[in-house]
Design a protein around this ligand. Structure first.
Ligand SMILES: Cc1cc2nc3c(=O)[nH]c(=O)nc-3n(C[C@H](O)[C@H](O)[C@H](O)COP(=O)(O)OP(=O)(O)OC[C@H]3O[C@@H](n4cnc5c(N)ncnc54)[C@H](O)[C@@H]3O)c2cc1C
Length: 395
């Protein structure tokens, strides 16, 4: 096997392209967008993903764009009381042998694409894939312009609305998770009167939460504001958000949140969608990766991290085993981990949104007591996520 086609130049598709090109495969990426780019928002890159990016040789290239948060915090929406304040920075780097960084998506995307180009990966833009056909040892893609392209293996890294997943497993729209997220960035230089802590902070409140963290060495403040909603009427799953509506949704919140929002000039609104565990991730010579096979609520900040781990795992298995054997092993290795993190992300929604009235408050207070008396309880939850090292699992 030599030539691999990847559908989708998101973080998952480009990570796979880089890993496979490094391993010596010829790689072509088909991306529907006319211009390469990522949404203008932040990304938390936890140590498990950083270990792969380091293995790709990208840690030093990303360092100038990174912000190192000092703590992971959970704070009360009104009083600002800390339910959790767990060290990140040097402490977490020592514990997990890799840093916890905040990166602007566009920066990570740019670094990935340059690394792909250096290795001769062909990235075709305005290349919308409509379907594939399997014929013996080959898979042929048909694009919207009716051109056809063949390869020895097809990777569907085409996100939550994956056409490759649909052809493989049948038409089924993703489920609206009854939550929407506003995302935006604000230049820190405009925030004279607002003091945002250098942390990854989740502000928790009834039926909604608010996340703040810095990007680009502290130049920008990123926010994600999540609100529960019964329905989503738009055709698109992302649209320009209304800043006034956003401010109204978080009116009366702690001044660190409300004053920050006073400086927001624009925002994007996303419907948060999900899917149950898929029955399979591969069929014949076609395999799925990233959000195409395990979309998740962003409440563990692990969606892109899982796609990066997938990419590394798939590339290493394809080097060691025959194609069909590698795809079986890939699914066996990756599905339980991704499914577990999908579930953890969903569980966090209830905690962050104080579901269950008094019971919800009790749970938050239990987190507070545990984090003060025995930080090990918090670590026990996070160690399997951040401490995991796919580059060692597959030596
Ligand atoms: C609010 C929010 C916050 C998040 N925060 C974090 C975080 O802090 N940390 C983290 O790890 N994750 C986070 N995530 C999750 C993360 O953004 C996603 O899991 C990740 O971007 C998925 O990458 P992907 O490459 O699998 O899919 P996508 O990014 O969706 O990329 C798919 C690509 O395929 C292309 N495509 C689609 N269909 C076709 C087609 N037919 N033909 C050709 N091309 C096609 C698309 O144009 C796109 O470029 C967050 C998500 C949200 C919504």
């Amino acid at each position: 096997m030599n030539h691999i086609a990847i559908v989708g130049a998101g973080i998952g598709g480009l990570s796979a392209a880089l890993a496979l090109a490094t391993a010596g495969f010829k790689v072509t990426v088909f991306e529907q967008a006319k211009k390469i780019g990522e949404v203008g928002a932040g990304l938390q890159m936890s140590p498990n993903a950083m270990k792969v990016l380091r293995q790709f040789g990208l840690e030093d290239k990303l360092r100038p764009y990174a912000f190192v948060p000092q703590h992971a915090c959970m704070r009360d929406f009104k009083t600002g009381e800390y339910y959790l304040k767990s060290p990140l920075g040097k402490t977490s780097e020592a514990r997990y042998s890799a840093p916890y960084w905040h990166l602007h998506r566009a920066d990570l995307h740019k670094v990935l694409i340059l690394a792909c180009e250096d290795l001769g990966v062909e990235v075709l833009l305005d290349a919308s894939v409509e379907r594939y056909t399997e014929n013996g040892d080959q898979v042929t893609l048909t694009l919207a312009d009716k051109s056809e392209h063949s390869a020895d293996l097809l990777i569907g890294a085409d996100g939550i609305r994956s056409v490759i997943r649909e052809q493989m497993l049948g038409k089924e729209s993703p489920t609206f998770m009854k939550q929407v997220a506003w995302r935006g960035v604000i230049p820190a230089s405009e925030l004279n009167d607002v003091h945002i802590q250098p942390d990854a902070c989740v502000w928790v409140g009834p039926n909604r939460h608010f996340v703040t963290y810095y990007l680009r060495g502290g130049e920008l403040v990123n926010f994600v504001a999540v609100e529960e909603r019964e329905d989503w009427h738009q055709e698109s799953w992302r649209e320009e958000g209304d800043v006034e509506e956003l401010k109204a949704a978080f009116a009366g919140w702690h001044p660190e949140v409300s004053q920050l929002l006073d400086h927001a000039k624009s925002t994007f609104l996303w419907a948060l969608n999900g899917r149950d565990e898929l029955p399979a991730w591969h069929q014949g010579r076609v395999v799925l990766l990233g959000d195409a096979c395990h979309p998740m609520l962003p409440f563990m900040a692990q969606g892109a991290a899982m796609a990066i781990e997938d990419a590394y795992a798939l590339s290493q298995l394809l080097v060691k085993y025959s194609v069909l054997d590698a795809l079986d092993r890939y699914e066996l290795l990756r599905k339980p981990r991704a499914t577990n993190i999908q579930k953890m992300s969903k569980d966090n929604a209830a905690l962050y949104h104080m579901h269950g009235g008094v019971f919800g408050r009790m749970k938050l207070n239990a987190v507070k007591i545990a984090s003060r008396l025995s930080p090990r309880i918090i670590q026990a939850k996070l160690d399997p996520v951040y401490g995991y090292d796919i580059t060692k699992v597959l030596i």
